[in-house]
Ligand binder design. Structure first.
Ligand code: URA
Length: 228
C-alpha cells in the first residue's frame, strides 16, 4: 500500500513499517498489510506527508538485455542499473521486453503512470520494427485494422512501411494500448517474427538525441502533455 504511493518498493515499505517510521492518521502502524486510502488517510514517512514528496519523471533509453523489473532472481541487469540511486522509488511506466529497446518513462507519480498505461487514455506509443520476412501490403493492412490475439482484438493501429531490405520489412507502428508483448504477437499472427523492436515515441515525447543507456528528466511541457 505504501509502495502504491510511489515512494518505495514493497520490500522497502515493509522495512519502514518494521522500523516504525510510518504513521497513518497520526498513529505509527505496525502491520505491513495495513490498508490505506490515499485520498482520505494521512500517511507520513519520517514525519513528512507522503503527498509532499517531490515528483520525479525521467526518460530512459533502455538498451536490449535489461529487464524492466526492480530485482531479478537470476541476477540479470535491470533498468535500475542504468539510473542513479534517487532517494525516492521510481517505477517503470509500463514495460518493455528484455529484447526491446527504446523509451521508458520512470516516475514516483503513480497517478501519472496509471494514466499513461491505462488503455482508456489512448496514449499512442510508436515502435520501429524489423520483421523476419517481407510483409505484403495486405499484411500491413491487417496490422492497421486489428489482429485477433488470444486476449482479444487489437485496436486500429497506424502502420507505415519504412523500407524492405533483403528478406526483411522495416516498418513503424503506433498502438494506443499495451497488451503484453503486443507488437511481437501481432507480427507472429502474420506468420513472421520480430527481429528488432525499438520504442521511439510515447505521446509527444520522442527519443531525440538521447544516447542508448542514458536518461534525462522529462521537461514540464512533456509531463503536462501526457497528463492531458
Ligand atoms: N510490444 C512488444 O511486443 N514488446 C514490447 O516490449 C513493447 C511492445
Amino acid at each position: 500500500m505504501i509502495s502504491k504511493a510511489g515512494i518505495g518498493s514493497r520490500t522497502e515499505a515493509r522495512s519502514w513499517i518494521h522500523e516504525r517510521r510510518v504513521k497513518v492518521n497520526g498513529k505509527v502502524i505496525e502491520n505491513p498489510d495495513h490498508w490505506v486510502d490515499m485520498k482520505r488517510d494521512h500517511v507520513w514517512l519520517d514525519d513528512k506527508p507522503l503527498e509532499q514528496r517531490d515528483r520525479l519523471y525521467l526518460l530512459l533509453y533502455k538498451p536490449t538485455g535489461y529487464l524492466t523489473t526492480y530485482k531479478d532472481p537470476e541476477g540479470r541487469p535491470t533498468v535500475y542499473d542504468l539510473i542513479e540511486d534517487f532517494d525516492t522509488f521510481l517505477s517503470p511506466v509500463g514495460r518493455l521486453d528484455l529484447d526491446t529497446s527504446g523509451l521508458l518513462i520512470m516516475t514516483n507519480d503513480t497517478q501519472f503512470a496509471e494514466r499513461v498505461t491505462n488503455p482508456d487514455s489512448h496514449v499512442p506509443k510508436t515502435y520501429l520494427v524489423k520483421a523476419s520476412a517481407l510483409l505484403t501490403d495486405d499484411q500491413l493492412e491487417q496490422l492497421r485494422r486489428g489482429i485477433e490475439l488470444s486476449d482479444g482484438m487489437t485496436r486500429a493501429a497506424i502502420v507505415k512501411r519504412l523500407r524492405n531490405s533483403g528478406k526483411h520489412t522495416h516498418f513503424e507502428i503506433t498502438i494506443s494500448e499495451g497488451k503484453n508483448r503486443q507488437v511481437r504477437r501481432m507480427v507472429e499472427a502474420l506468420g513472421a517474427h520480430v527481429m528488432k523492436l525499438v520504442r521511439v515515441r510515447i505521446g509527444a515525447i520522442a527519443i531525440g538525441e538521447l544516447p542508448i543507456g542514458e536518461w534525462r528528466l522529462l521537461t514540464r511541457a512533456e509531463i503536462t502533455s501526457l497528463r492531458r
